[in-house]
Design a protein around this ligand. Structure first.
Ligand code: ATP
Length: 366
């Protein structure tokens, strides 16, 4: 997928802006508080119908206005194909409305048409905080590469919600166990597709990491959310007393963990901030490359704050990796230097935009 155009109105500090991005790398540079991250937020809003930094999506509406709107034209990877499809997302009165070709649509259809992967300033969470961030990372790719994932996940979540409700209402054991078959079928299937995906993903992460950090010593291991010497039904049955006491279901893929080991050590405590950033980029590019291969639709990479935590040498490595990636990327930069872009290669064609006081202008193109 390629973003052919973005137009936003009343978003953060922008009255309006229009962006005609390059199919390769796009640099959005400007001073502090110029509005660079807000441009990424606009693209994120237009493709995910949400925000990655606002707690409430209404925070995106420009002060003094009642609505914010982003229009985006999505084209095929290779230009010259079908005409771009217009989508729009409107934020108004606490609601988010998605439209495709002017007709009402929804978040899921938008997400399917517009795969976008984000490396934001909170990337350390994937390494340092709870398993939910790592599961989210894993499942993002599964949503695109494994057709059954979304419906399985919906089935599983529904059964889990019902079972937890039965536990909280202190219903009898048979009434609680009535949800087990559905939970077990969907839960075992989810675990199996996560495991299969991870096998391929791990190899792909190693390839990207070798380019970015000159090492492929990383392992990604899926730890099931239950005692793996048991099948899920046995684990759930054995855990019933504890579940009744606590009022929720302990065993299942909703408790799975993705264990990351870098150079044979726990990535949580043995990775520098700069390494974390390149590791996160390798992990994202790996997922995006697999999605691109399976769907013939390359995700767009959004990367906030090129310079943070990275020396110029490592910034160059990051840009060289983005140049190798077949899809489009949008990168914000506080202190852009032309010399950072890998030179002399057609694939490093890029466009530079300057963001200043809520204005956006194209400054350069290669
Ligand atoms: N809803 C809003 N209405 C008007 N202005 C807003 C709104 N939300 C944020 N701003 C302003 O937008 C600016 C922040 O923009 P943004 O975070 O995109 O900048 P940035 O270029 O990424 O900055 P930095 O490099 O410092 O992180 C701030 O000046 C902030 O006051």
């Amino acid at each position: 997928m390629r973003i052919a155009r973005v137009a936003a109105e009343s978003l953060r500090r922008f009255e309006q802006f229009r962006l005609d991005p390059h199919p390769g790398i796009n640099i959005l540079h400007g001073a502090n508080a110029a509005g660079k991250t807000s441009v990424l937020e606009a693209i994120y809003l237009a493709t995910r119908a949400g925000s990655f930094r606002a707690r409430r999506v209404e925070e995106l509406i420009r002060e003094g206005q009642s609505l914010a709107r982003v229009q985006i034209a999505l084209a095929e990877d290779v230009s010259g194909g079908a005409p771009a499809t217009p989508w729009s997302v409107l934020v108004q009165r606490g609601e988010v409305q998605v439209r495709r070709l002017g007709e009402l649509s929804n978040r899921k259809e938008l997400a399917e048409a517009a795969p976008v992967a984000l490396v934001d300033r909170q990337l350390h969470r994937v390494f340092e905080e709870g398993p939910v961030y790592r599961r989210r990372y894993l499942d993002w790719g599964l949503f695109y590469v494994e057709q059954s994932f979304f419906s399985l996940w919906r089935r599983y979540e529904r059964a889990l919600r019902q079972r937890n409700q039965a536990l909280r209402q202190r219903l009898s054991p048979p009434q609680i166990a009535a949800w087990d078959p559905e939970l077990v079928v969907a839960g075992e299937a989810l675990q199996a597709i996560r495991r299969n995906h991870l096998k391929v993903l791990e190899g792909e992460v190693r390839l990207w990491l070798a380019r970015l950090l000159d090492t492929d010593r990383i392992s990604l291991q899926l730890v099931a959310g239950w005692d793996e010497s048991l099948d899920l039904q046995s684990a759930i049955s054995l855990g019933l007393a504890g579940d009744r006491k606590m009022g929720f279901t302990h065993a299942g893929p909703h408790r799975a963990e993705l264990r990351l080991r870098f150079q044979e050590r726990d990535a949580r405590s043995f990775v520098s901030r700069g390494q974390q950033k390149l590791l996160a980029v390798a992990m994202i590019l790996a997922q995006a490359s697999l999605v691109a291969r399976v769907r013939q639709n390359s995700p767009v990479i959004l990367l906030d704050d090129l310079e943070a935590e990275l020396s110029q040498d490592w910034q160059r490595r990051l840009l060289a990796a983005l140049a190798d990636y077949p899809g489009q990327s949008m990168v914000t930069s506080l202190e852009w230097r032309v010399g950072l872009m890998p030179a002399g290669n057609a694939s490093t064609a890029h466009r530079v935009f300057h963001v200043e006081h809520g204005n956006l202008s194209a400054t350069d193109s290669v």
